[in-house]
Design a protein. Sequence first.
Length: 186
Amino acid sequence: MGNLLEKLIRRVGEEDPLLLAHHPTCEYYSHHVIELYGQKLCMGCFIVYPVGVVSLLILVLSRLTILSGQIADITTHSLYIAGFTLISPKVLLKIVPGQRARWQRILTKATLAVGLAFVALPFVFRPSERVPTLCLFFGFLIPYVGYKAWTATDDCKGCPEADDFPNCSGMSFDRTYTYSTDDQDG
């Protein structure tokens, strides 16, 4: 039967690599992707979403089983504080200019996801807290994603084709692109 995840990633990557790594494919964006099974994947999407979903599932299952009493006793405000404490390293790295090492980017994306799971947990078990939870969750997420969109071309600085974006070779997904090998472990 083999590894179904590997087969899926390879097939999607061969048919439409844009679905896996929707960032420009030039060396200026190589720090936005990770490689898995020979395919480039968006580091944010393939770390944040799975880690966030698994974290929320673990919190929900823990609340339903072994840590039911302990999690039930945690105040909603404490869950929010824990969540935003875990989110803060990613926000701080976004605010402070400069490139980050790959491990820092991966770690802060993972803690962002776990933090969002903590913030979202009251929505599941505390019906009276659903509206404030949604307001906090999306009140953070919408400006954060907006900021990322606003600064999306910042990595193009220094590129000789920056003025041509998005009609540059980095936006060509015809397998003629290359990523810098210097940045793979940075």
